[in-house]
Ligand binder design. Structure first.
Ligand code: DHB
Ligand code: FE
Length: 285
């Protein structure tokens, strides 16, 4: 039996959420409503465990620094050490990889026209570890293996939403030809609207965020054709992180000839640090 993608998960990756978990602040009034909403997510993942998560995220100048910024970078390693700016490296378990699945994705996706950068050794920052903490809290070891896929959204120009969605479709085709009985989830992280710099620092646009969540369910093909400048204008300079959600969305069944997916959970919470937290769990019928 081959591997299959069974769900897409989507969430912001705000570093302060990771710090709240690490410092035991999740019951504080500021954080309690968010973590209340995540109870449903944590129950869902306990009921629907993954063997491997393909985790689409962006590095924030930590693994790649500013000297070299690959547009699409696939982690090939057996493990990834946490790193970070700000609060520093998080006290979280090392992230175990799945080199065989990584190699298979590379062998399938590159000939299909997506020129990934292959990264044999790298660290992973809050873009990858905060979503793990949101779903799994503080385990002694992460309960899933992770294939990291880092997308550049920090130095202009980021790839288009269309390119990201099509890459997701190619990843689904790759997973479905991997000859191992693996339950694979794909997670898209980042967003929602936020701007950390310049005159509009602090920008949050709930209307736009809600429309984006809705379109992620019902109109991902239309959303993929929204130009990046619209994200910058409406969702702020860091809101363009949301194109990464489209990679995960492109890997779900309905965009690849399969049945419509089911929305299992939706959460929207403002604020967390400088951003709105958006979160979706979409089951892949
Ligand atoms: C914040 C959000 C991010 O996505 C990020 O990478 C860094 C900081 C914030 O809201 O503070
Ligand atoms: Fe970020």
């Amino acid at each position: 039996m081959s591997a299959r993608i069974t769900a897409g998960l989507f969430m912001s990756h705000v570093p302060a959420i990771g710090a709240a978990v690490d410092k035991g602040l999740t019951e504080e009034p500021y954080w309690q409503p968010l973590f209340e909403g995540l109870k449903t997510s944590r129950q869902w993942i306990a009921d629907n465990p993954a063997d491997v998560v393909i985790l689409v995220y962006n590095d924030h100048g930590n693994a790649f620094s500013m000297e070299m910024i690959p547009t699409f970078a696939l982690g090939m390693a057996a493990s990834y050490q946490p790193t970070d700016e700000g609060w520093g490296p998080r006290p979280v378990p090392i992230v175990e990889g799945h080199p065989e699945l990584s190699a298979h994705i590379a062998q399938s996706v590159i000939p299909a026209g997506f020129d990934l950068t292959l990264v044999n050794e790298m660290t992973v920052d809050h873009g990858l570890t905060v979503p793990l903490s949101m779903m799994y809290d503080q385990p002694a070891a992460w309960p899933t293996k992770v294939v990291p896929l880092a997308i550049n959204v920090i130095q202009h120009p980021a790839p288009t939403g269309r390119r990201c969605l099509e890459l997701g479709k190619a990843i689904r085709a790759a997973v479905e030809t991997f000859d191992d009985d693996l339950n694979v989830q794909i997670w898209g992280t980042g967003g929602m609207s936020h701007q950390l710099q310049g005159a509009r620092a602090g920008l949050i646009n709930p209307e736009w965020d809600h429309a984006f969540l809705e379109r992620m369910i019902n109109d991902p093909e239309g959303m993929a054709d929204v130009p990046n400048v619209d994200y910058l204008r409406e969702a702020g300079s860091e809101g363009v992180e949301l194109v990464m959600w489209l990679t995960a969305r492109g890997a779900l069944a309905d965009l690849n000839g399969g049945p419509a997916p089911t929305e299992a959970h939706r959460l929207y919470h403002v604020p967390a640090s400088n951003t709105a937290v958006g979160h979706l769990i979409i089951e892949n019928a």
